[in-house]
Design a protein around this ligand. Structure first.
Ligand SMILES: [Zn+2]
Length: 322
């Protein structure tokens, strides 16, 4: 998409074919290109061909020219494009080597993200960069992103494979976009009567309807849809918190079997564990709870006294395990 944004030191504006000569200064520089996916350009005409081939109106791509206000020179390009399968916007940029080290990439990306968030839900930003590219790692860290896992990528011409790192930052969503983020906000304001306790990675809450007595949820503190989107440390802690919560539910409500489900769909695409204490004959036919049609009937909403009793029972058991 075409944007025009001014920041403290920079102007972000659409790239034009006539920028070819200026862009060749970084597109043709082996130092800038060292860890890039695209091959090094050897002629400014080829940069022009690339600039002419771009679709500046693609709503899923913001790839802008970066102009240094002080001199009026085009010093790089970059931005974000949407990656639907990861629910994320991936960052990419190139800066002329003589302009490195001033924080321009971070300044550009932060301004652009703020702009994109007004037009699209941005659930997360992702960055994949060559492991040896320490400068990019610092940019990711300054963007508040964290290491998720090692990966690799190939140059488009197949000439080289780079061991790489995948960094990510998840963004909390407004309540009208994510009901789980909304519920967490309510909890933090002290307005969620179902709230039981805060753990390191999530919030323990009782289910609104207690058709299966002791039904408990653990809401992930991160707005993320898959375990694969969490840092290794956070993921391990989240799984531990789930196991502890489930054990407390088991001890408090003495079911015949616990059911564990990590779900998230529609406006609840935000990981949350459903922990169901199950008992012999608690459904007309054996099977998952979701086959029961009366689960959310108002008659299963606990009275304030009953709710207090369930919360106390669960909290006592959590106390013993934490
Ligand atoms: Zn959320």
């Amino acid at each position: 998409m075409k944007v025009y944004i001014e920041t403290e030191h920079l102007i972000l504006r659409p790239l034009e074919p006539d920028d070819a000569e200026a862009a060749f200064r970084w597109c043709g520089d082996p130092a800038v290109n060292r860890y890039m996916i695209y091959p090094l350009y050897h002629r400014a005409e080829d940069v022009r061909t690339w600039l002419e081939s771009r679709n500046p109106d693609d709503p899923d791509s913001y790839d802008e020219g970066i102009v240094l206000k002080e001199t009026g020179e085009l010093i790089g390009s970059g931005g974000l494009h949407r990656v639907p399968e990861r629910n994320a916007w991936e960052i990419g940029y190139n800066l002329r080597a003589d302009q490195w080290g001033h924080g321009y990439a971070v300044e550009m990306l932060n301004a652009l993200i703020e702009h994109i968030r007004k037009e699209h839900p941005v659930e997360a930003i992702d960055g994949i960069f060559a492991a040896a590219n320490h400068k990019s790692q610092r940019v990711m860290e300054k963007m508040g992103m964290s290491f998720v896992r090692d990966t690799s990528f190939d140059r488009l011409d197949g000439s080289e494979t780079f061991p790489a790192k995948y960094y990510r930052r998840n963004f909390t969503q407004p309540a009208d976009r994510c009901l789980v983020c909304g519920r967490i906000e309510e909890t933090l304001r002290g307005e969620n009567p179902y709230f039981v306790r805060e753990l390191e990675t999530g919030y323990v809450v009782l289910g609104d309807y207690q058709r299966f007595e002791g039904y408990t949820l653990l809401l992930c503190k991160e707005h993320a849809t898959e375990l694969s989107q969490l840092t290794p440390e956070f993921r391990a802690a989240f799984l531990r918190d789930m196991a502890v919560t489930a054990e407390a539910v088991e001890n408090a409500f003495r079911p015949d079997k616990m059911n564990y489900e990590l779900l998230g769909v529609g406006k609840c695409r935000h990981m949350h564990w459903h922990l169901f204490p199950r008992r012999q004959g608690d459904t007309p036919k054996p099977g998952p709870v979701w086959r029961v049609t009366d689960m959310n009937d108002e008659c299963w909403r606990p009275s304030p006294e009953k709710l207090e009793e369930l919360k106390q029972k669960l909290n006592r058991e959590l106390d013993k395990l934490l």
